[in-house]
Design a protein around this ligand. Structure first.
Ligand code: GDP
Ligand code: MG
Length: 148
């Protein structure tokens, strides 16, 4: 089953959105396969965002991600990468639809509350980086009520 990496950024943690965000993924029917509250080092944040290292906002982005603890998660389910991005909403909260996490809880692109992997391949890389021991192996007893 497909997995994605989701991170509640430091503003989401500080603003008390952890429960709300987890709840949206849970209620959708996705399964939590990894979860930790962690403060990351600068070099780790740079590694996570290495594809953006040439961008003018890269330094500010790294400062943002290391400014407080983040909640790192693995979520599993059918099409969870693409659907997870839809639940999160567009990168710039000015463009994120109401009902999405960024549409409901964020105003600026540099404080957009949450990260989600943008492809199955980046999910695989990000899960390996953030959860070197891999996901927790369990299956929800709700499975037959969510999948036919
Ligand atoms: P995402 O996959 O939707 O998170 O977007 P990207 O991978 O393109 O960018 C990663 C993160 O960098 C975004 O979530 C924003 O927090 C930040 N970011 C992206 N573009 C900009 C920008 O133009 N300005 C600023 N300040 N931050 C940006
Ligand atoms: Mg991205």
């Amino acid at each position: 089953m497909e997995q994605t990496f989701i991170m509640i950024k430091p503003d989401g943690v500080q603003r008390g959105l952890v429960g709300e965000i987890i709840s949206r993924f849970e209620k959708k029917g996705f399964s939590l396969k990894g979860l930790k509250l962690i403060s990351v080092e600068r070099s780790f944040a740079e590694k996570h965002y290495e594809d953006l290292s040439a961008k003018p906002f890269f330094h500010g982005l790294v400062e943002y991600i290391i400014s407080g603890p983040v909640v790192a998660m693995i979520w599993e389910g059918k099409n969870v990468v693409v659907t997870g991005r839809k639940i999160i909403g567009a990168t710039n909260p000015s463009d994120s639809a109401p009902g999405t996490i960024r549409g409901d809880y964020a105003v600026e692109i540099g404080r957009n509350v949450i990260h989600g992997s943008d492809s199955v391949e980046s999910a695989r890389k990000e899960i390996a980086l953030w959860f070197p021991d891999g996901p927790v192996n369990w299956q929800s007893s709700l499975h037959p009520w969510i999948y036919e």
